[in-house]
Design a protein around this ligand. Structure first.
Ligand SMILES: Cc1cc2nc3c(=O)[nH]c(=O)nc-3n(C[C@H](O)[C@H](O)[C@H](O)COP(=O)(O)OP(=O)(O)OC[C@H]3O[C@@H](n4cnc5c(N)ncnc54)[C@H](O)[C@@H]3O)c2cc1C
Length: 499
């Protein structure tokens, strides 16, 4: 269990073997792998765990078909092995999911190039699970799909998750191994004195500052990694947005993949938490990284254009959108002025003034990224790295199960008594610091209920006050802040929203 937030003063009393900056999937993975090696390790997150890209992704645990197409076979094989590991070890959180890659006349890739790519994809994963579905059977399987130019679809298997829950699951495992962590602690500067690092940190809730010391530092601050290390950034922040649509208006059971008519990028329509999720866009993100990103009206229009082309009969309107979600990918820039979608999604690990920096990559490969970071920090040697990459030992060893199917990617959130029980469990066990932690990352009512679940706030108030001891003034501040975040960044995009 994550327990309660430790005070900064307490954390400052220890000299840590390793401090990890950033509580997304990358930082969480580093914490787990280091804690398992009996390191005295602490993770600091400036806001909430999974606040960044790691709660706003497309939720796909996959090898990446585009890597096969690009000839990156080793990368694809590694990611597919990790996908298989997670599906095996976390069957309630990372589920196998059918994908349908729709093929229409005149579009590339067509049936045979897709078949060849999927043959290789399955071969690298060690499974055989793809087949061609002709036009008529596809229209039965996906009702409402436009028949215009439709040839059929390649059906194959990848996996799906709830990304924020995946991060929390890794953090639960890491704390069970002795790792320590704190949210709402911002690292403001990192300095070096001889063999040790000193980190100036600020408790963003308590308002106090302290200096922490560590023998090694891993900077896993995502798109903000350059701000933390203070170097000219290698990172190209790319925003991707999704719309969450009422399932009864656009029901799909497969992850439907189609090419956007405007730029031929693959876009997904998939089931998620009892809703239908549509995304994503891929644009340079120019707003300050300290602000909550949001989906603009231009991005919503882009996604609507695709939905209307693929599902014309559904006549989806902005009124069917329950919420939106925008995330910033920490992509390593090639510096070649490529289109955003042409930039590599591979991770990179480098050292800057002794600090190990790690960025890029995917949810799927978090374990391998973490091992590379530990190697760069000299916390494991080359032999240990190779052994750990290849190990069949389970990564998730604690018997923890989330209550009431929490985290199951396609199941709707619980309701009634079960919902109250689930919220109470998260409040008691998952270091909730602010109301948005509870409603946007622990139990995603803010994403799945209209208007950010305003209707449930009276019940949630009673729970927060009794479980967290918030007085009336604290509750009023939390509720106002939460509703502002929802209006700004998670509501259906309205006219005039700017990037
Ligand atoms: C739209 C979109 C779709 C995606 N789809 C997929 C997908 O389907 N499958 C997949 O595998 N991957 C996907 N990805 C990629 C994946 O989500 C990211 O690569 C991954 O989440 C990055 O994790 P991270 O921990 O490196 O960064 P983040 O999750 O961004 O975490 C970095 C953390 O560092 C914290 N931080 C920053 N500065 C400081 C500081 N000074 N002090 C303390 N903390 C700090 C931030 O608050 C943040 O929480 C997608 C990404 C996006 C944005």
């Amino acid at each position: 269990m994550l327990g309660v937030r430790p005070s900064l003063e307490t954390l400052a009393r220890t000299r840590w073997d390793l401090i990890v900056i950033g509580g997304g999937v990358t930082g969480a993975g580093v914490l787990l792998e280091a804690a398992r090696r009996a390191k005295n390790v602490l993770l600091l997150e400036q806001r909430d765990f999974a606040w960044g890209a790691s709660s706003r992704s497309s939720k796909m645990v996959h090898g990446g078909l585009r890597y096969v197409a690009a000839g990156h076979f080793r990368l694809t094989r590694d990611a597919l092995r990790e996908r298989e590991r997670m599906a095996r070890e976390l069957p309630d959180l990372v589920i196998r999911q059918p994908y349908a890659f729709v093929v229409r006349r005149g579009e590339f890739p067509g049936r045979w190039p897709m078949k060849a790519a999927l043959w290789l994809y399955d071969f690298l994963a060690g499974i055989r699970d793809h087949r061609w579905l002709g036009r008529e059977r596809l229209l039965e399987r996906i009702p409402g799909l436009s028949p215009r130019g439709l040839r059929g679809a390649m059906i194959y298997t990848d996996a799906l998750t709830d990304d924020a829950r995946l991060v929390l699951r890794i953090l639960h495992e890491a704390t069970a191994e002795g790792g320590r962590l704190a949210n709402y602690v911002r690292v403001e500067a990192v300095g070096r004195q001889g063999e040790q690092f000193s980190l100036s940190a600020r408790d963003e809730i308590g308002g106090v500052n302290a200096t922490l010391t560590a023998l090694s530092v891993v900077n896993a601050a995502g798109a903000a990694a350059g701000d933390v290390s203070g170097e000219p950034t290698k990172i190209r922040p790319l925003r991707g947005s999704h719309l969450l649509i009422r399932r009864d208006r656009l029901p799909v059971d497969d992850c439907v993949t189609t090419l956007h008519p405007r730029d031929k990028r693959p876009v997904f329509i998939f089931p998620w938490l009892g809703m239908t999720c549509v995304g994503t866009t891929d644009l340079d993100h120019r707003a300050p990284l300290s602000e909550e990103p949001r989906c603009t009206t231009e991005e919503a229009d882009y996604l609507f254009e695709m939905i209307r082309g693929q599902f014309p009969q559904a006549a989806i309107t902005p009124g069917d959108v329950v919420s939106s979600m925008a995330g910033v990918r920490p992509v390593i820039a090639s510096g070649k002025g490529l289109n955003p979608s042409q930039e590599s999604r591979e991770h990179s690990v480098w050292r800057h003034e002794g600090m190990v920096c790690v960025a890029g990559g995917k949810l799927t490969t978090f374990r391998l990224i973490a091992l590379d970071a530990l190697r760069a920090a000299d916390l494991i040697d080359e032999r240990q790295l190779l052994a750990a990459r290849a190990t069949a030992e389970p990564l998730f060893r604690s018997p923890l199960k989330f209550p009431n199917r929490l985290g199951h990617p396609t199941a709707a959130l619980p309701e009634g008594e079960a919902l109250i029980e689930t919220l109470a469990w998260a409040l008691d066990n998952e270091m909730v610091g602010r109301l948005d932690d509870l409603l946007l990352r622990r139990v995603r009512l803010g994403n799945t209920r209209p208007a950010g679940a305003r209707d449930l706030l009276p019940q949630i108030r009673a729970l927060c006050q009794s479980r967290l001891g918030w007085d009336d003034a604290r509750w009023a501040g939390e509720a106002a802040r939460y509703l502002e975040i929802v209006d700004h960044s998670y509501s259906p995009p309205s006219a005039g929203s700017a990037p």
